[in-house]
Ligand binder design. Structure first.
Ligand code: SAM
Length: 309
């Protein structure tokens, strides 16, 4: 089938790699493209308003980018807009040590690293699959992130307490139902989804309980299935110890302008306040300009409550 589902995405996104390029010269690099504000046509380019340094082009133009010298040299990175949201949501403070718990191939790792450059901050990237870890390491090198990122080829679940870590990105394996070419509802085995959700909850709980100084944890999937998304968030917040220490960031702290928010029904099912769904990010495949996605931002309660005096 020549017309693969990948071609159906209305926009192809690429991110200027600020680890390698200081000034944004993207519009100069693509002089034949007209800057527009809506999803771009074949000779147009759009600058995204949610993610710094992110640009969208048409699928036709996007298919030429892999031959572009700025791509080959690692100065631009093909990364869907939604997949940039976790590092945006984490928004690490200067000097933070950030963990990427499930890192390969490393798009979110390099994105978060680019926010820490020149701040004294660093990233620890976990990847348990050695083959995927090699891909991760090659990408880190190509994108100029290898000095900032320490790769650990190990199971994140085996990581013990670490007081240096301030923020985490948790993007575990998922059904991928939000990705083009996957996720036909009828093809997805409900038992597999339940197994995936159990694994995702375990990884997220580990992130929320192993780093006593962590201030923020962002959980994400490229699935549209509630059970892997709001289901995991609600499940994790049922844990007393976690609920004592963590809460969902308010909408104001979680891409407030992004219009599509979480699914309220799941919170009702868990007897939780449905307005919490406003804190969550949903991205609908196609309609929202790329893959289907979900993201949740947890913040430590201690750091957000007003002092009592
Ligand atoms: N965050 C990546 C990115 O944006 O480029 C994509 C991550 S992919 C969805 C999930 C990755 O987590 C896979 O490479 C998988 O091998 C890895 N993984 C799964 N379980 C893990 C674990 N327990 N510890 C470390 N890595 C794990």
């Amino acid at each position: 089938n020549a017309n693969t589902e990948a071609d159906l995405s209305p926009v192809r996104w690429f991110r200027l790699n600020s680890l390698k390029v200081q000034d944004d010269q993207v519009l100069k690099w693509f002089p034949s493209l007209e800057l527009v504000e809506q999803f771009p046509g074949p000779k147009q380019i759009m600058k995204d308003k949610y993610v710094d340094g992110l640009y969208g082009v048409s699928p036709e133009y996007g298919s030429t980018l892999k031959k572009n010298k700025h791509y080959i040299e690692g100065e631009i990175i093909l990364q869907d807009r939604a997949s940039c949201f976790p590092a945006e949501l984490l928004n690490p403070k200067s000097g933070w040590c950030v963990v990427d718990a499930c890192a390969a191939p490393g798009n979110k790792t390099t994105h978060v690293a680019s926010k820490l450059i020149h701040t004294g901050g660093s990233v620890i990237a976990f990847e348990k699959d050695p083959q995927r870890a090699r891909i991760l390491q090659n990408n880190l090198k190509l994108h100029g992130a290898d000095q900032l990122v320490e790769t650990r080829v190990q199971d994140f679940l085996a990581q013990t307490e670490d007081r240096n870590v301030k923020g985490l990105i948790v993007d575990p394996s998922c059904s991928g139902s939000g990705i083009y070419g996957r996720g036909n509802k009828a093809e997805l085995d409900p038992e597999r989804l339940i197994r995936l959700a159990a694994f995702q909850s375990k990884i997220l709980k580990h992130a929320l309980t192993t780093f006593p100084e962590a201030e923020c944890v962002v959980y994400s999937t490229c699935s549209y299935h509630d059970v892997e998304n709001e289901g995991v968030v609600c499940e994790v917040l049922q844990d007393e110890e976690i609920a004592q220490n963590w809460m969902l960031a308010s909408r104001d702290e979680a891409l407030p302008e992004w219009p599509r928010r979480g699914n309220r029904e799941l919170f009702e099912e868990f007897n939780m306040d449905p307005s919490l769904a406003e804190s969550l990010i949903r991205v609908e495949r196609g309609t929202d300009g790329g893959i289907g996605f979900f993201a949740a931002k947890f913040v430590r309660k201690h750091y957000n409550t007003e002092p009592e005096w």
